[in-house]
Design a protein around this ligand. Sequence first.
Ligand code: PMP
Length: 412
Amino acid sequence: MKLLDQLAQGLDDLQAQGLKRVRQVVQSPCGPQAWVDGQSRLNFSSNDYLGLANDPQVLAALQEGVSLYGAGSGASHLISGHSLAHAQLEDKLAELYSPHMPQASALSLCTGYMANLAVLSALTAGGEADIFSDALNHASIIDGARLSRAKVSVYPHLDVHALHAQLQASQAPIKLVVTDSVFSMDGHIAPLPELLRLCEEQGAWLVVDDAHGWGVLGQHGLGALEHFGLHSPHLVLMGTLGKAAGVAGAFVAAHATVIETLVQRARAYIYTTAAPPALAHALLTSLDIIIGDQGMALRAHLAEILRYWKEGAGNLFPVHDEATHSPGLMASTTPIQPLVVGDNQGVMRVSQALLHQGLWVIGIRTPTVPKGTARLRITFSAAHTHGDVGRLIQGLSSLSFTARSGLIPEPV
Ligand code: PMP
């Protein structure tokens, strides 16, 4: 009974601090219009950046995948679960990344969380290693770094100078710098060309988590590496396939020796059942859409939606000041457009007030974001229309904003 009492106390504490999270049951496919708790909502809280989660071609491919391969893979990749669909997906990704790294190879994994655990633990297992991690990196990078036996140094967010000093002080023969490409709660883009230059100069490798850049950045949607035109043997790219690709899973692209090391050594890859092959089959279609004309048109529409949002929201709110934590819009050029409110309870009140208007915008609190910077994480998708964005702007304009207290919902 003692443990139950302790757990119940922990849950009460979360409630008292305004940090208790509640899951909401969605009864419709992922898309701008969500049906939740018997109510229709306009959804600004998914990572389905291109609207592919409910694209008819992707759905048809998924159904075809089920008829070709059945429901489950039946085993892990190294036993009997590695299907032709997984192999085709990896071959296609390897080909696409060959302009960005020599001897490019790719590996598909069940989730991005597992991919980060796999990369950070397997690449540092061979000897003394140091991992250098941006202060705002995703939880899966933090956990991957903890799981590895490497020494972990956290550098201030985007601070290439501080990282330089840390790298210079490191004597470890294996050095990995790891960063989100697009920071998931801020929308900032990491200065990857500077980071890569520094890594090459200091004998380090650059691991890029492109969860929120992949499919969105770059002319063909190949993400941050294409966006910046990066090429190096010292790059390891992790991309997720449950966000812009609209399905599930993740991949790592890197030099063939890195990928073979993951196959042989990464426990998060080896000791888990392979994802259903039908997902990999559907992803081949997503990939074709992303890199082709349709993908380009979707990204162009998304850019237009973002422009429209920024114009409208810019008239309502000031720009968030990172130094003083003042409420306002974060400076972001990506589909992640956070609006900083401030305290945990406040952001949930604002989110609730928007919900009364049928607008679904999730509030993000600590520990996901630093204390005092609780925010609405507004995300846009190519499936949104100008009318959808207009409704959001109108909904937000009905809230009061004061520089001191941030957003305050009108009493309902
Ligand atoms: N990295 C980042 C930056 C993410 O935002 C996420 C998902 N929120 C992940 C990794 C994990 O990816 P997945 O959801 O595929 O496990």
